[in-house]
Design a protein around this ligand. Sequence first.
Ligand SMILES: Nc1ncnc2c1ncn2[C@@H]1O[C@H](COP(=O)(O)OP(=O)(O)OP(=O)(O)O)[C@@H](O)[C@H]1O
Length: 809
Amino acid sequence: MAAESLESTPLTLPVLPIDAEDGVVLPGMVVPLDLSDSDVRAAVDAAKSAASDAPDGEKPRVLLVPRVEGTYAEIGVEGRVEQIGRLADGDPGALIRGLRRVRVGTGTTGPGAALWVEGTPVTETAPEPLPGHVTELMKEYKALITDWLRKRGAWQVVDRVQQIDDVGQLADNAGYSPFLTTEQKLELLETTEPVERLKTATKALRDHLAEQDVAESIAKDVQEGVDKQQREFLLRRQLEAVRKELAELNGDPEDESEDYRARVEAADLPEEVRKAALKEVDKLERSSDQSPEGSWIRTWLDTVLEMPWNERTEDAYDISGAQAVLDADHAGLQDVKERITEYLAVRKRRAERGLGVVGGRRGGAVLALTGPPGVGKTSLGESVARAMGRKFVRVALGGVRDEAEIRGHRRTYVGAQPGRVVRAIKEAGSMNPVVLLDEVDKVGSDFRGDPAAALLEVLDPAQNHTFRDHYLEVELDLSDVVFLATANVLEAIPQPLLDRMEVVELDGYTEHEKITIARDHLVPRQLERAGLESGEVTFDEAALRKLAAEYTREAGVRSLERSVQRVLRKVAAKHQLGDAQLPYTVGVDELRELIGRPRHTPEAAQDPAERRTAVPGVATGLAVTGAGGDVLFVEASLADPETGASGLTLTGQLGDVMKESAHIALSYLRSRGAELELPVGDLKERGIHLHVPAGAVPKDGPSAGVTMTTALASLLSGRQVRPEVAMTGEVSLTGRVLPIGGVKQKLLAAHRAGVTTVVIPKRNEPDLDDVPAEVLDDLDVHPVSDIRQVLELALTPAQTPAREAPVAA
Ligand SMILES: Nc1ncnc2c1ncn2[C@@H]1O[C@H](COP(=O)(O)OP(=O)(O)OP(=O)(O)O)[C@@H](O)[C@H]1O
């Protein structure tokens, strides 16, 4: 139903004409009027004398009628004279409140000099209840006006507007808005239908706000533009001054580097590149010195001129020589070095027979070295370059999310530069270097494009001979570049990239290998860095073993290298102070004095009461983390039956699959626990809490299943888990132990941690072939297929008082 307006009983009132340009009074507004104006005085006086006749002492009333160019409007507002006094400027004045709309009728007679008319008040009725679109409109108007008022700091008014709940009244409140034109105000006055009126008011307000936004942003742009121009001007002046000074310093008054045409002509550029460069030179000569385009072009030309277009190194290697280089740089890693040598052999043969470098079945053009940090991935890459007699550059990809990082920015982009591949080639100074793409597993993609897709193009032999960098915009032949990649976590390499790669896995070193690496490579290298002669400081084998086993716990040798470095620094310092004689031998006893106490003692070697497994409910698991294999402890506890929550609570940084493993472990014990003589009643009534303390964050996967089951079984039975036992394996609902990945890394970790007994799934038995013999010799490995076997092996016998569990060696 629409709002309606009804006309009612006529009134007789003196007219108070107001020129519309001076303002239009709407109902609800209170305005001061100047009594020295004869029209105002006449009307007010007339009203007063009429009021004095009125019986109930009512305040005088006038009819405020807008006058547009001499003619009266058809609708006026009945006004009540609230007060007579002085205006701000001291003139006599009257305060008049607009009450309601009145349709102006015919003239009549009345007291005083005023013009009297008859009028009919316009009665407004809004629909009841208000239809949704009207309440919405009211809300919108209030929101807009509030916004506008707040910007002006008119907080007091905000409340008042918010409280208006009458449609017509809300619309009339617009009469106060200074931005409305006279026409708009007259329109508001003449629109007697309240909803229509509010629509008109809202539209006017909306238009005004939009206009204001535009005006503001123009003002801002103008201001910023001015600032920027000024800054640029200043910077350019400074730059000129610096250039001049430099030129004078170098004794060449004329800045020759500016002569790009000569440089391009002189440079031995490929034809296409030369053409493109000359075109830019043309543009440069046409553009003014100060223009920003000029500076883009200069930077671009510099980049193009610096590219090693015609530089390439001659491959000088035979396979046995390459092998010798690899052997000289790296101890151990026999299989890895073999794979690399094979790769080089294939490459060389293909090159000799004029074939492209497209490798075997899976593309295979790129060798990907994957494994934990510090196992020598980067340094192997360097060795490959050395073995081939090529330049080596490393491109760090960790955290690259922007496609432009690989492919370059378009030149129009502020601060544009070529992508990392082009920069790498520039840095290498040859068109056929070995480029190591470091941490390909850490490229991500987001709204800035997919760097992995760009990398794919770089690596694809079918496309990379015409690689186009967005910045360079000329074709670049990457087909003779040897790309290698490194990654910590194979699974994290984007699949399409992985398809192009031939993966070589490095799982980490055994203690023995670490000792050899330290003795043959790390110590000699660090001696040199510490400014010591070879032989001036030697480590005995026991010291190296202790460094590897107890001062560090890692899959690779990075911390070991740092520890060696620290020891050597200390020795060098002591020598300088006269506290040590050279040659100096570092033995186990010296270590403690030089670099303090070891950080990592094997669990089984600890005081029994100090062990993590000293209480029932803690089991030792084996996991793969981003840093290689690691041991982790799973802790289980039962909630207090009175207060504790029921159900399963999981804490530690568990992935979804690990959480599922926990539920499976619990379900298995609930259904089969009785057969195992475990008091499963507790499981049903009390809440269970499983926690995996975060030392290193394990990769998500099901392989903690057996460990979780064992921790729970230990908790229920009160039997401790043997400290020397560690385990890995997925568990099914029926208690079968299912195979998992990363056996080699896990066994290396168990060995590092001093664990002597390892439980693995039966179906992983073939993986033991990859595990170094010296590790297997030290470990008692039990392949199992059922969780009962795990519990038998891992739990201490029943009835043994908890604290004095015998430690099996
Ligand atoms: N088998 C080895 N023989 C000799 N030195 C080695 C061997 N493995 C690693 N190193 C040395 O250990 C240090 C760390 O290796 P590197 O930086 O290549 O590790 P990385 O696997 O690339 O690690 P990240 O993944 O963190 O980059 C280097 O100084 C390297 O020369």
